[in-house]
Design a binder for this molecule. Structure first.
Ligand SMILES: O[C@H]1[C@H](O)[C@@H](O)[C@H](O)[C@@H](O)[C@H]1O
Ligand SMILES: [Fe+2]
Ligand SMILES: [Fe+2]
Length: 319
């Protein structure tokens, strides 16, 4: 099964993501200085990135005048006002309990059938399609990195926080781009202007460049705005997933566009973060550009993903 990418009038191929990790080294990642550069045409990626999304706009265009965009902007207004240092601390404590449900990874994927993400200008399909579209796209170009396929499959599972059983959190506490709390909000955050009404902006402990952190402290020590990334990473770690560290890093920071797209907040990173960021850059292209109206046949690909889940996760997890 391969992902079908829509008729792409101005299709372009990724040149900077290469399948050079051909051995099946799932737990030991060799990320040295010579990272994944294209060497010749035969290594070109198979996945074609469309230049326009299903709505006829460029991807992540937050300035387009449209009804959909108004909803997205309202989403960011609420998110920027409400994601405070105290709020995140409370959420982390609450969800660390993992007392909401017991279920397998695949059962969780199926729950996402009922979830639509209001922050996303590029996709209004049920989220299970997004999971499979991104996983199938990355599988095409990195056939031997099975951990990367599984990472793509599960990266957005945390969106179950929107469902009643998992607290029915408002959209602003689950989806959208993420950013650190406890230090100044960088201008590269989309719709940055709405942070002006976030109470942390007036708190001198939180409104400086480093805030409560120190330079180079490592992202592990930074509190990110609360949402599906942090939650899913917590679930994976606490349930003893054996995914490589880079997989967990991707899950935890895939919505941190100010960092991986705009290079903001790098002063908080340590050496290990910079290594992991290389994989996040690879992943992001498939996360973003695989969003399309051409749906993946769930039953057809299910056996493959079940085998990966069995390899890296216990049969049942606490959520
Ligand atoms: O709207 C999207 C969506 O919520 C994604 O799942 C998230 O990872 C992105 O960062 C966000 O901008
Ligand atoms: Fe996401
Ligand atoms: Fe995603």
């Amino acid at each position: 099964m391969t992902i079908l990418v829509e008729q792409i009038p101005f299709g372009s191929q990724f040149d900077d993501t290469k399948n050079v990790h051909s051995e099946n080294n799932t737990n030991e990642l060799v990320l040295d200085g010579g990272f994944h550069q294209p060497q010749n045409d035969s290594q070109n990626s198979l996945f074609l990135a469309p230049e326009i999304n299903s709505f006829g706009h460029t991807f992540r265009n937050y300035d387009e005048e449209s009804e959909r965009q108004k909803g997205v902007e309202e989403f960011y207004r609420l998110q920027h006002i409400n994601q405070t240092y105290d709020f995140v601390k409370k959420m982390r404590e609450e969800y660390k309990k993992l007392d909401k449900a017991e279920m397998s990874i695949w059962e969780c994927c199926e729950l996402l059938n009922d979830v639509v993400d209001e922050s996303d200008p590029d996709l209004d399909e049920p989220q299970i399609q997004h999971l499979l579209q991104s996983a199938e796209a990355i599988r095409k170009d990195y056939p031997n990195e099975d951990w990367l396929h599984l990472t793509a499959l599960i990266h957005d599972l945390g969106k179950i926080l929107l469902l009643p059983k998992f607290g029915e959190l408002p959209q602003w506490a689950v989806v959208g781009d993420t950013f650190p709390v406890g230090c100044a909000f960088d201008e590269s955050n989309v719709h940055h202007k709405y942070f002006k009404d976030n109470p942390d902006v007036k708190n001198s402990a939180y409104n400086t460049k480093n805030g409560v952190y120190t330079e180079g402290c490592g992202l592990d020590n930074v509190m990110m705005s609360w949402g599906h990334d942090d939650y899913m990473c917590l679930v994976a770690e606490e349930n003893g997933a054996t995914l490589p560290k880079a997989g967990l890093f991707i899950i935890r920071y895939h919505s941190f566009y100010p960092l991986h797209k705009e290079n903001a907040y790098t002063h908080l990173m340590n050496e290990q973060d910079f290594e992991n960021l290389k994989w996040l850059h690879v992943f992001n292209k498939y996360d973003l550009y695989s969003k399309s109206k051409v749906l993946v046949d769930v039953e057809e690909v299910k056996p493959y993903y079940l085998s990966l889940i069995e390899k890296y996760f216990p049969a049942k997890l606490r959520w």
